[in-house]
Design a protein around this ligand. Structure first.
Ligand SMILES: [Mg+2]
Length: 305
């Protein structure tokens, strides 16, 4: 059976500018096996070339840009497919600007069809301009829904989701969020895998560390969803979610042997399917959307008198 892989980067391949132990061997095993794979990231700042250089500095050189698919590329693909003659006012960095430029989508600060929000490059001036464009009729599009992104084990930075949320609040309009878990991201990533090998693989495995984006998107797209615990999710949190990963792995290092041998292992199947785990650990209600997910509960404000 031919398997293709869609692999998240932060928390899966590296963390805080350090390769996760076993990640290099995992990638080398993948390349040796001939399996098609694409790195899939919600970060809209870098270009595929930037990501290739970054992996090279971390000790995994030699990737071509076709091995990367970012939420910026997904946004440009979405616009060029659904509205090719549109114009855009962009709040974002190089990866987003380059992707839109390559799809020949013109910038327009006067009467754009869309305000496109990506990572970074925010200023009050740009927000005010975007606000007035939206009030003038532009639609609001964000490259990804992440409100914050980790920059180290302790620190975070604001993400595209929080910039879009600002504009949602100021204009009363809702943004459309591309990137994971949006099905369009997985649809285009699958097509990319198929182009690599001249046909759709028999099965596609998504490997990620975040339940709300990687695992949810994979499940909703009908793909295999492998959660690794080397990033943002701990095993205790897994059972809180209605959707469950197909497998839970400590890191991609767990996959090296089976990729080399071509024989999938079942020993690391999701523990929530084993006896007792789910009942004993599940907190909160089922059938919630992530926006009101019980794991994201905020403490209630104290009562006022
Ligand atoms: Mg990640």
């Amino acid at each position: 059976m031919k398997t293709g892989y869609l692999i998240d980067m932060d928390g899966v391949i590296y963390r805080e500018n350090q390769l996760i132990p076993g990640a290099r061997e995992f990638v080398e095993a993948l390349i040796a096996s001939g399996a098609p794979f694409v790195f899939l990231t919600n970060n809209s700042s870098p270009t595929p070339e930037d990501l290739s250089v970054r992996l090279g500095h971390l000790g995994v050189p030699g990737f071509s840009p076709r091995h990367f698919y970012t939420s910026a590329l997904n946004t440009a693909d979405f616009l060029s497919e659904t509205h090719p003659i549109c114009t855009v006012f962009v709040i974002g960095e190089g990866g987003l600007l380059t992707a839109l430029h390559e799809r020949k989508i013109a910038s327009d600060a006067i009467n754009p069809s869309y305000v496109v929000v990506g990572e970074g490059a925010v200023s009050m001036e740009k927000l005010a301009k975007a606000h007035s464009c939206i009030e003038g009729g532009a639609r609001l599009l964000a490259t990804n829904p992440d409100n914050w992104c980790p920059i180290s084990a302790r620190d975070t930075r604001p993400g595209a989701g929080s910039t879009a949320a600002f504009l949602e609040a100021s204009t009363g309009r809702r943004a459309y969020y591309l990137g994971k878990p949006n099905g369009y991201m997985f649809h285009r990533a699958r097509r990319k895998l198929a182009e690599m090998v001249g046909g759709m693989p028999d099965q596609i495995v998504v490997i990620g560390d975040t339940m709300e984006t990687d695992i949810r998107g994979a499940i909703e797209a009908g793909l295999q969803a492998y959660l690794v615990l080397s990033g943002s999710t701990s095993i205790e949190q897994v059972a809180d979610y209605v959707y469950q990963p197909t497998r839970v792995l400590s890191s991609v290092a767990d996959l090296i042997d089976e990729i080399k041998s071509g024989k999938p292992s079942s020993r690391l199947d999701s523990p929530v399917y084993s006896n007792g785990f789910a009942r004993n650990n599940r907190v909160g209600r089922r059938h919630q959307t992530d926006a009101e997910h019980p794991a994201k509960r905020r403490p209630r404000a104290p009562m006022t008198r």
